[in-house]
Design a protein around this ligand. Structure first.
Ligand code: PGA
Length: 232
């Protein structure tokens, strides 16, 4: 069985109290997650400390770590409102979601911004999960420093499959993998876009896909756990 990574991207959905309820349900079953599956929970930045405290208990969370949904493109300093990698010291953040299409659309992030975020992340030992769509694979890879390019995880996130309830076809996802590997090199390759309990097993179990970025289906802990168990 190959090892997989599954990231919960909670976006900006819940209150602290709701996360507490989420974790209470999740932590009862977290020990059933196969040791070959790495789970990353990415809450809003304001809730990182709360999650970090809970995830410290490695007996309850043997394979689950913490992610951040975005990161500053700048080092620590006078950048009001930004969360720098220095701010994250001590939280145990292992992964950063970078360049999500919602960041590009609503916050006007560019390939260069995203490349800077990759550099900051790697400098702090945080693995960047670089999100690309068909349209941005090549330009995004080109914007990232040669040495950094092969150190990222690439998440293929086709725009018309995010939040629509219909995941892309396995064929398209595998075709995009070829483009990603031409542009980035042999990096871990994951898929995101309406992955849920209806997603076909041949996608969830495919050995050429290293994991999944999950939005809506991560909001209910039972659904998310069931999904984790379907991924092989
Ligand atoms: P979705 O979101 O699972 O709700 O489609 C995925 C994502 O935005 O990464």
């Amino acid at each position: 069985m190959s090892s997989k990574i599954i990231i919960a991207n909670f976006k900006s959905n819940k209150t602290r109290e709701e996360y507490e309820v989420w974790l209470e349900t999740f932590e009862k079953q977290a020990h059933t997650i196969p040791s070959t599956t790495k789970v990353v929970l990415a809450p809003p930045a304001v809730d990182l400390m709360f999650f970090a405290n809970r995830l410290q208990d490695k007996k309850t969370y043997p394979t689950t770590t913490l992610g951040i949904q975005d990161i500053s493109p700048f080092p620590a300093g006078a950048y009001t409102g930004a969360v720098s990698t220095r701010n994250l010291e001590g939280y145990g953040v292992t992964h950063a979601i970078i360049g999500h299409s919602e960041r590009r659309t609503y916050f006007h992030e560019t390939d260069v911004d995203i490349a800077n975020k990759v550099r900051e992340s790697l400098g702090a030992g945080i693995t960047p999960i670089v999100c690309v769509s068909q349209e941005t694979i090549t330009s995004q890879a080109n914007a990232i420093d040669n040495h950094d390019r092969t150190k990222v995880i690439v998440a293929f996130e086709p725009l018309d499959h995010i939040g629509t309830g219909i995941a892309d076809s396995l064929d398209n996802i595998l075709r995009a993998k070829e483009l990603v590997q031409e542009a980035f090199g042999k990096v871990p390759y994951i898929y995101g876009g309406s992955v849920d309990l209806h997603t076909e097993l041949k996608l969830l179990e495919h050995s050429d896909i290293d994991g999944f970025l999950v939005g809506s289906a991560s909001l209910d802990p039972k659904t998310f756990l069931s999904l984790i168990h379907l991924v092989k």
